[in-house]
Design a protein around this ligand. Structure first.
Ligand code: ADP
Length: 590
């Protein structure tokens, strides 16, 4: 059997080796055992049920909550030469009937449905007469009230399966690994003595960093500028912040779109599509964006705000670098983010017990932003991988990507000015006084008469504000929050004012842009885009960036060499091989 699995991986998917956990999971399923697979986003869950579906007789059913993903997955499968289809609520009755009739005739190896579909009489009847070998349940944590995406329809899956004349193998998959959710999934889906696999939360290609006290807008703007050509997602907490950032980036001429629930459906879908199809490079979005997006060439994910827990963070950040190429995951932290998340928790409908649980998760998230130890280890420990190394050598903390700077004098000036203003004003006004600006309000309040007026005139106001953010992140000063936040001194500021303590801050570096792409890569990329447009599919469904990169460096000259490129299976070779080979030959000739 091992041979068959390996052959299918190469023949259909064009991959030589399995990702961690895949082979063992596939073995279990083919041995007829239920499994619970816990793998991070990008870990390669789909292959774990697609290969068994190919090798088992008849059709397999995939239950997935994500309509957008279904279409992409089915397109991708068909493109690999694997017959598959989906049924969802966006389809008309006639379309559904046609699809069911094809299924009855044994046309598909995989059929994707949303859990709500199980309530349909027609559908259930079909399955009574058409035995399925395997039911794969994606995003299985949706069955748990303790997860973060509870869907009531998931609770009906187990009773529905129990009614089938023959019980198929059930394989459940999720990226959520807390023990409580894990136990809940096994229980609620009535998995029968499942083999449980927790694998590969480590994503070595992701470069993790958490920056405190930076001017977020400037940081993002300069990052986008220094990474031209690269696709990135920028997550912000609220629609308002998404709009503001989007407008800022757009006004600077970057290729950017936005996504949040306040836009009408058409605009949202169009923006999503433009991003998937490489028509725009950057998308600024709330967390409404991304479920079901498996664009593989996202080179960075920047969080403008800290999410509520690491489950959400790692899921969102994990959308970077699914092609295993280098990608940056940058979290920009400001203490105000904590206030926002506390507000959300406090005003939620959750029971007191669950609110407490949420506060604990929030604390772990805050600690992630402040730890000076390995960020990867922190995440792996959180997800239950206890033997993770304490030095990944790759995250910002391990590679020491910051300069340590002594800012004692500047801090003394700021604290002293705040004191003289009676700690009653916001950062910008304090910074304006330090700068010595001649604004009307400053004159009215007679702050121009303070001894601290203009004592930092060599710095710009935004730079002073940035420094104040850093002092805030390190607990020297704090923000009262609310609509008109005021900055106040914390106890830690006292010894600094009395010259008994020094203030050292870490100034983060903006990650360097990766080397410019080679000429041939660009040629292959534009061919891919041309084909994608013609076939109405996102470019990464044709070939991943990593596949084009390998072609660019190895320059295959014939079909045989082409087949050795990772990501080129037999069907892809037949469909696209010739055109890509032609471009490479042309390039070599010149
Ligand atoms: P998940 O559903 O776990 O987030 P996917 O199933 O979408 O992840 O897989 C993530 C990416 O990894 C996809 O682009 C997929 O083609 C790729 N992939 C899956 N298995 C392998 C493998 N064995 N070798 C290389 N790439 C793989």
């Amino acid at each position: 059997m091992a041979n068959n699995i390996q052959t299918a991986l190469k023949k259909y998917f064009g991959y030589e080796t399995f990702k961690p956990g895949q082979e063992a999971i596939i073995d279990s399923i083919l041995d007829g055992r239920d499994i619970l697979g816990i793998m991070p986003t990008g870990g390669g869950k789909s292959v774990c049920y697609q290969i068994p579906a190919l090798l088992l007789p008849g059709m397999s059913l995939v239950i997935s909550p994500l309509i957008a993903l279904m279409k992409d997955q089915v397109d991708a499968l068909n493109d690999l030469g694997i017959p598959a289809a989906f049924i969802n609520s966006g389809m008309g009755a006639g379309e559904i009937r046609a699809c069911l009739s094809e299924a009855r005739q044994g046309r598909y190896k995989l059929l994707y449905v949303a859990p709500e579909r199980l309530g349909s009489e027609n559908f259930t009847n079909l399955l009574r007469n058409l035995p399925v070998a395997l039911i794969a349940i994606d995003e299985a944590h949706c069955v748990s009230q303790w997860g973060h995406d509870f869907r009531p329809s998931y609770v009906d899956i187990a009773p529905w399966i129990a009614e089938l004349p023959e019980r198929p193998v059930v394989a459940a998959f999720t990226a959520t690994a807390t023990l409580r959710v894990r136990d809940d999934i096994a229980k609620m889906l009535e998995l029968s003595a499942p083999d449980i696999y927790v694998t590969g939360f480590k994503r070595e290609n992701l470069h993790l960093s958490a920056a405190k006290g930076v001017d977020k807008t400037n940081f993002i703007s300069s990052y986008v500028k220094s990474h031209p050509e690269q696709a990135g997602i920028i997550y912000a907490a609220t629609r308002k912040e998404v709009d503001a950032l989007y407008e800022h980036l757009q006004s600077r001429g970057y290729s950017v779109g936005r996504y949040h629930a306040g836009l009408d459906k058409e605009e949202r879908n169009q923006n999503q599509e433009d991003f998937l199809y490489d028509e725009i490079r950057v998308i600024v979005a709330t967390n409404a964006f991304g479920l079901g997006i498996d664009k593989s060439n996202v080179r960075y994910v920047i969080h403008h705000n800290m999410p509520r827990h690491l489950e959400a963070y790692y899921q969102e950040a994990g959308r970077a670098g699914r092609d295993d190429e280098h990608a940056d995951c940058i979290l920009l932290y400001a203490p105000g983010d904590v206030q926002t998340q506390k507000y959300f928790i406090e005003n939620s409908e959750l029971s007191e017990e669950r609110k407490n649980g949420e506060y604990n998760k929030l604390q772990s998230m805050i600690d992630y932003c402040h730890t000076t130890h390995c960020l990867q280890q922190y995440i792996l420990n959180y997800f239950g991988e206890e033997d993770a190394s304490d030095n990944c050598g790759n995250c910002a903390n391990c590679s020491q990507e910051f300069d340590v700077k002594d800012v004692t004098i500047e801090a003394q000036k700021i604290f002293s000015c705040m004191k003289r203003m009676n700690e009653q004003y916001g950062m910008t006004l304090v910074a304006s006084v330090l700068k010595g600006s001649k604004g009307k309000r400053i004159q009215e309040l007679r702050f121009n008469e303070l001894s601290t007026f203009g004592i930092m005139k060599e710095m710009t106001i935004p730079a002073i504000v940035e420094l104040m953010h850093m002092l805030e992140a390190d607990d020297y000063i704090y923000n009262t929050g609310g609509q008109y936040p005021v900055v106040r001194l914390s106890p830690k500021a006292g010894p600094v004012l009395r010259s008994q303590a020094r203030v050292l801050v870490r100034m983060p570096h903006v990650p360097e842009p990766v080397a410019a792409e080679s000429g041939i890569f660009e040629l292959l990329r534009s061919l891919r885009k041309e084909i994608a447009q013609r076939e109405g599919m996102p470019p990464y469904v044709i070939f991943h960036d990593s596949t084009l990169k390998e072609m660019s460096s190895r320059l295959p000259r014939d079909e045989y060499e082409m087949l050795t490129i990772t990501g080129v299976g037999e069907n892809k070779l037949k469909k696209y091989g010739k055109q890509f080979l032609e471009v490479i030959r042309d390039y070599l000739r010149k």
